[in-house]
Design a protein around this ligand. Sequence first.
Ligand code: FE2
Length: 291
Amino acid sequence: MNDVLSPETVKLDTVPLSPHIATEIRGLDLAKPLDGATIAALRRLWLDRAVLLFRGQTFTQEDLLRFAGYFGEVGKRGLSGKAIPSALGGVHPDIMFISNIRKDGKTIGALPDGEMNFHHDMIQTEIPHIASLLYAIEVPSYGGDTCFASGHAAYDTLDPEIKARLEGKRAFHHYQYGSQKRGEPGRASDLVDEFAHPVFRTHEENGRKAIYVNRLMSLKIEDMEEPESSELLAALFDHAEKDEFVYRHQWKVGDLVIWDNRNSMHARTDFPSDQRRLMWRTQVRGTQRPY
Ligand SMILES: [Fe+2]
């Protein structure tokens, strides 16, 4: 351990992946424990860039959990998430499969097929996870990319008039677990969560504001009549999803990505249903309500 070193002494080998979001870090083997100064440097970079990419990693599930633990406490998987069965080497109930692989006609993982609209993981809950991690084990030959959009860049460039109309407002979020399409309120079931959070979220660690609504889950602005609510949400979605705020990640086997759900949202592109895609996913628990 190099805890005696100040964080400034660690120089990470970094490559920015787009103007506003996502940085690749080279030269780290995450299957080995990291020293305190490196962890501090990674955390600072993460708070600035929201998405960190590490390529060519060879991981056990324990390695993934240890790395997630550098960013907080491992959080519970969503209600539709499927843990890796112990027969397949599962070591922790909160590492889940994201996969389209089927055995006897049944999918072994969650969120199996096709595209998925932009969303913030677990925004439909009272205290959403702050971070999610995906580790790529099998990837299709094309497609299945993950697009990450910077909520800070979108907020900073939002039309001032729209900003003024929404300042201090909250949005209502609804998610039916396992769904990859926009929800419909009133279809409550055991697999639905709903919660309202500020339209503009202040990041508790970097102090910046981000647009905090998304096309998959955000259904309504509280205390606002239709059609104004829908019109403003549509304007926010269209603005926040602009290409200029987005990094599109094309997965390779061995990629690990950690992203911040407080200041970024993500979407998945379509991919061939006859090609296997398998990821391990885990998440980092939030400690407070968004404000
Ligand atoms: Fe997600």
